[in-house]
Design a binder for this molecule. Sequence first.
Ligand code: ZN
Ligand code: ZN
Length: 312
Amino acid sequence: MQRILTRGEIETLDRTSIPRLILPKSDTFSTRAQRLRDLATDNPVQDYLLLIALLAEAQHQAFEQDWSLPPINELELAQAQAHGMPLFSASTHPRDDAWRAMLAAILEQLLQQEDLPAAVHDKVTQLTADTKTSPGLVEQQADALLTQKLEDIDPARAPFIMAALQVYWAQLTARLDSKQLPASTPFGLCPCCGSQPVSSTVQLGGPKEQIRYATCSLCAAQWHIVRVTCTHCEDTKTIAYHTLDEGSPAIKAESCDHCQHYRKILYLDKDQFAEAFADDLASLPLDILMGEAQFFRANNNPYLWQIAEPAS
Ligand SMILES: [Zn+2]
Ligand SMILES: [Zn+2]
């Protein structure tokens, strides 16, 4: 008779058979756009989700183009491996100007959308002008976003600038071979770009069945993090799971009493179409619940830089 293994046993059984990393794919942004449209129906933030769906679609168009990014720098690769640091660290990697061309392409694509709200149209027009005439300002905003200098961030522009940075970093990361990464990198940060995860997802099918991966909020790479572990501080003893009574069973907030933070966790066996960015954004009532329970979001969703204070 065969004994059924516990979840922990399965995960430790043969670590080498579990892919460490899932790299961004050609449909990363189009899948996100479709999920945002699907989740918008009857959602309290329907209009916002539809706007971000347009943005994700524009990201998809930009991601499909060849921007001739410079080849991977062998010296940087050797340094990353020697120090156990992410290769394309968001806070230190010298960005190629191509990222601003990606931003211009995304903004142009948005301006062609007939259903773009008038107020957003004005903002996008202004940002388009700044991208041409004041690239230094746009670079400053990018630096503030990538180094989390929240006081320097313009929340109205942030989702658009982040959208271009996401496409740029996803293109960098998509070219990587996971063997090029250092064997170990700092916990809780993307092994490719050092950014924080937007959420984590318990996978379905094949060697990844029931294995949890965190999704990078910047480059969309996914990396393995053992379940029932705080994705923020690595604590394993004070983890709890929270859901909304009327919410989808495919999403929970994973909280940690040790650091008082939470991140959402998605379950593909409950909804195979759940998507790390879209489902996080579409579940703001869960954020309000967590705020009322005195937990803090570990980091922002890159498409939303202001979260309403929970009603007191
Ligand atoms: Zn990353
Ligand atoms: Zn924690």
